[in-house]
Ligand binder design. Structure first.
Ligand SMILES: [Mn+2]
Length: 318
């Protein structure tokens, strides 16, 4: 029997936004698959089980207060969740469990779980946890490129290592830059001080990352920032909750004043769902969401979808 990669979420409301619980990843039938990843790569012993580890469960439990029923009309998307389409399968694959006898085993299981979700033709929606979760998730995308990473965050996340840990929450963009199938990195919302030093800022610019600061975003607006993203290939959206201003997203480990509010967050979600010129096999939106984030509730709204002959999502439509 193959190894069990995920277990059911912990408490009452077991899935995100009334989605079907689907723990059999070998026989997954889905267009959108939620995956909870509570554990990152700890920098200190205290971080093995921190506030962020409770986020996937907390987000699921909060989701039924945000949308009281999947049949309810939602003004943001001009219709009910999934637009009432019963042919779209939106499932929740549960959480990736940790094992103290194998401290990084959850990263290996997460990568395997995402590979199975992709093999099923579904778009993974990953809930952290901290931003370290992006490292194993992106590794599962080999053969799926070229990828453009769209990254909303206060912080640069280009550290090579912290306390000797190379796949922690400070390093996801550095690790992404090393993947041969990652062609573009678009970073939006940078501000204040994080783990980056001058050398990381220089390195990111030298690599060719497109960096938009929070104040530039305020000045020109999210639509103008999104215009800078090259067309073609596939997009991988990763949102650190601290990309939003702490006035509307205070429950983060690294608050940085001066960020955007819900409106630019919703715009970036909406952009993910737009019809765009696509290369490769035509996927347009591949989303991973790290950390506490109300914007993720927008990200989890597939508004309309075009399927290929095998029933896999070919294109997301507005
Ligand atoms: Mn951050």
């Amino acid at each position: 029997m193959s190894e069990i990669l995920t277990v059911a979420p912990q408490t009452n409301h077991k899935s995100l936004l009334f989605s079907e619980l689907a723990l059999d990843l070998d026989n997954l039938r889905a267009h959108f698959a939620v995956l909870g990843m509570p554990y990152g790569a700890a920098y200190t012993p205290q971080d093995y089980n921190n506030d962020q580890t409770r986020a996937p469960t907390a987000i699921r439990q909060a989701s039924d207060r945000v949308i009281r029923g999947p049949e309810r009309y939602d003004f943001d998307i001009d219709g009910p969740l999934l637009q009432g389409r019963e042919d779209i399968r939106f499932v929740d694959c549960g959480d990736v469990p940790a094992d103290l006898s194998e401290p990084r085993g959850h990263f290996r299981r997460a990568e395997s779980a995402v590979r199975k979700i992709l093999a099923a033709g579904a778009i993974p929606i990953v809930l952290g946890g901290d931003h370290g979760i992006t490292n194993p998730v992106l590794r599962a995308f080999d053969g799926q490129g070229p990828l453009t990473i769209v990254h909303l965050d206060a912080h640069l996340d280009w550290r090579d290592e912290v306390n000797g840990v190379k796949d922690g929450l400070s390093s996801p963009m550095r690790r992404a830059s090393e993947l041969p199938y990652v062609k573009n990195i678009i970073q939006i919302g940078m501000r204040a001080s994080g783990s980056a030093r001058q050398e990381e800022a220089d390195y990111a610019r030298q690599w060719g990352a497109s960096i938009t600061t929070a104040y530039e975003l305020h000045d020109i607006g999210m639509d103008a920032v999104l215009e800078r993203i090259p067309d073609g290939g596939r997009y991988y959206l990763t949102i650190d909750a601290d990309g939003l201003d702490p006035a509307c997203m205070p429950a983060v480990a690294g608050p940085a004043p001066g960020g955007g509010h819900f409106r630019p967050g919703a715009q970036i979600d909406s952009w993910t769902g737009q019809e765009r010129p696509c290369g490769g096999n035509g996927f347009c939106g591949n989303s991973t969401i790290a950390g506490y984030s109300s914007t993720l509730l927008h990200d989890c709204r597939p508004v309309d979808i075009e399927l290929d002959r095998r029933g896999h999502p070919r294109r997301l439509l507005r």
